[in-house]
Design a protein around this ligand. Sequence first.
Ligand code: F3S
Length: 422
Amino acid sequence: MHLTREEERIYEGEEGWARKKAMEILVAIGDINNASKLIPIKSAHISGASYKTIGDAFEFINRLGIDVGIDNEIDRTVKVKSTLNPIGMDRERWNVMNVSNKFVAKQKEVINAYTKLGITAECTCVPYLIGNTPEMGEHIAWSESSAVLYANSVLGARTNIEGAPSALASALIGKTPLYGLHETERREAEIRIRVSVNVDRLITDADYSALGFLIGELASSKIPLIELSPSSFLSSSLSPSKDELKHLSAAIGATGSIGLYHIDIAGLVEVDFPVPSERAEIEEADLKRFYEDWDWDCDCDCDTGTEKGGVVIAIGCPHCSAQELQHIYELLSAESRGRKVRNELFIFTARAIKERMQETVRKIEDYGVKVICDTCFVVSPAFENYRCVITNSGKMLRYVPLLCGSAKVKLCKTEECVRRAF
Ligand code: F3S
């Protein structure tokens, strides 16, 4: 990979050890992927922020931010707007969560290590909803698969699926190697997936979670062109909402290894690449079967039972938007009939969104619901002792069994999640 004179200087360590290490990471990745050069980026988003998932590997990040024997005057902060993925606890209410003091202390060290480098500790997987919002065609370096898919596919930005180290390295240099999804010709669809689903019922966020899960499995590592048929999606609204696309993106990223999808609604969207010859289809029966598979009868009280039995309901994977919080409040007030929830219901969102929706959040919590920021069900150690987890998130279907003890997961529409909370 060609380096400019300025980049070579950094590679040689003339801007300090931290940037030298960052440049070494980018050069190694660029060389492996036959990148021709580095290109400037507008922003970075960095995963690997929860102590639960990163462990003591954060010591490396710590080291980047402290004096390692080089001139203290050297600036070691990031060169572009950089945000952080969820950590393992609510930064302000960790004491109401089931996390140990040791975990809290370690998590605070991780946050300090990142903030010392100038990274904003917003701790959310929806940076695009709180101001780190790339524009069409902008090059960025993001990790967190759901955010990568949303940025590439919905916003039209350009990023590869970065890992935490490469996103951090790009943040420190302000550049990323030019390869993969940064190149127009590498963004063409490779498989066409037709979705033909009848709407005698409303299409909801959970449907998009289910669809995304199935699409990710079918597409695997091929960029899909998703064709939504008119009969399936045009009855109530012309196109999926941003929240629905958020759910779709997260679920595709959970089962597929792709950073981009294209979506064509009723043949209305012109695609500027050849339509792929490989085809697949998702029908109503597939969706129905999917719900049956993921909402089984179990021996706990999550449906109609009479006593509490390790059931928890989790909404907010990815983190809830302001509109979703409002919708959940409306569902709670319709379902409540003067009652508080009897099963635990956790809602996860970004701190900036919670602050913007303060009044709604207060009313939601009046029903006995907990609205938690900075973290999520999957990356916090606080949620590992449940038997049954009910969610509207396709991503949680994949990750709860992997990262949250022995809990079983059920997929329900948001309305049903709220109903089961009562
Ligand atoms: Fe976000 Fe956690 Fe889900 S990071 S996408 S809420 S697993």
